[in-house]
Design a binder for this molecule. Sequence first.
Ligand SMILES: [Zn+2]
Length: 552
Amino acid sequence: MKKDPLVTDTADQLYINGHIWTADASHPFVEALAVKGDRILAVGSHTDLNQFKNASTKVIDLKGKLMMPGFNDGHVHFLSGSLGLTVVDLVEAKTMQEAIQMIADYAKKHPELPWITGGGWQYSLFPGGLPTKQMLDSIIPDRPVYLKAYDGHSGWANSKALSIAGITKETTFKGFGELVKDKNGEPTGAFKESATGLVTRFVPGPNKAAKFNALLTGLKYAATLGITSIQNASGSREEYDLYDSLLRTDQLTVRTSIAFSAGRGLNEKDIIGWKSIRSKNKNPKWLKTTAVKFLLDGVIESHTAVMIDPYSDLLQLDSIYRGQYAIPIDQYEKWVNRLDQEGFQIYTHAIGDASVRSVLNAYEKAMTANGQQNKRHRIEHIEMTTTVDIERFNKLGVLPSMQPIHADPGTIDVWSKAVGEQRLPLSFPWASFLQNKTKLVFGSDWPACISLNPIRGIHNAVNRMTTDGKPVGGWIPTQKISLQDALYAYTAGAAYGSFDEQEKGQLKKGYLADFIVLSQDLFKIKPEDIYKTQVELTVVGGKKVYSTGLYE
Ligand SMILES: [Zn+2]
């Protein structure tokens, strides 16, 4: 094609010969993409884009591989995940014996550590769903050990840690959660929800330098997984400052947004502080803080999520038990109204169907009082809800922020028993939301999950099967979604969830040059093989942040 005389722009890089999925419905697939600076100059056919080439343009042959927008993790706790990369990690443990061996190995490798910490254990590893102190005492009697469950909602301590924390038969806990005791009244070493604080306040925390270095490790890891944006579902001024130092020293390689954590103790001073940080968001395409996050209930596995009807596996013991709220509803509604007034986007963790309903009620009241327009308040997780409430999401413009990796059928056993047969059809109801024309925001919830890897989440969303193909046909197959819908929720949908859809999540002229190249073409392989896909190239703002060396 002859050079268009009006085209004065030249590309810094020209990617050719690709199968490029743009997430742009008007032309979902193209073969070439041109980059100038940190933006996309054009997408189209090789011939169309040749006009942007001159002697200094670097031409990269994609060899027919799949290129797509970089992943945007819509719900992550990136600092704690990154810190987790440096402590005991039990995520890969498949049996109790394996978990115990991993802890013993780690302790042996780190004789210098006064405390053994970390986590990632699954409830299903242990008889009855919870671990005990004796399991740890047999391998580490002389140093304190404290390990979080994979979802962060429960803890596991050895006898040494209990003794440092002064926890005995006489200790009682009143509040959200439980200090688990055996039939003789002895603490078992297991803790639920806020009761974990009985031990965690004695565990020495990492200092600022350790956090900064952990984030650098985390950013490198994210790049290998093709993650180019993250939305932190928890945060503080301290965390903001850490990311800000990364940005100022040119070391931030993942675009970051932060939701400040709000709890029972929330007060007007917090809101003033958050507003002042928000007003400092000078470079929002890299770092911004526009949201506040609440936690309204717990999780289904430990019966702390709030349900409309009682827990199925507790019916014989306590027929009316439905879970517990983390904040009294009237207080929660009051703060939702205040923050909505102040223009904050609100995230609320709600897992049980009753809790999801309470959040919708609170958002609806606030928006009725303060005005409806474009608030994009979100509900995080929504593992169970009802048909009536699914319809309200679309009506109110509330976004479901969900983590398909949580519905790993390999770990869902304890969960399914608690929910019971009758409620199962609306478990993790991604397809129902899409049928109601509601945009999905996908993320990982890392480290409260088995992996940060978006590919694993997409595998679950499409198959609802484990990586070894179980159960055949998928777990509750009516809630499976298409590959394109799953990818969309992890790119353009997630960008919408942070008000960034005008410059992120699609490969389109003028958008940020954040994209990845994958080892196999997701659109051409069997869906059961999605999990085998690896990232081969990650580019953020036109700069390569990870590469296997195939596209130099
Ligand atoms: Zn979370």
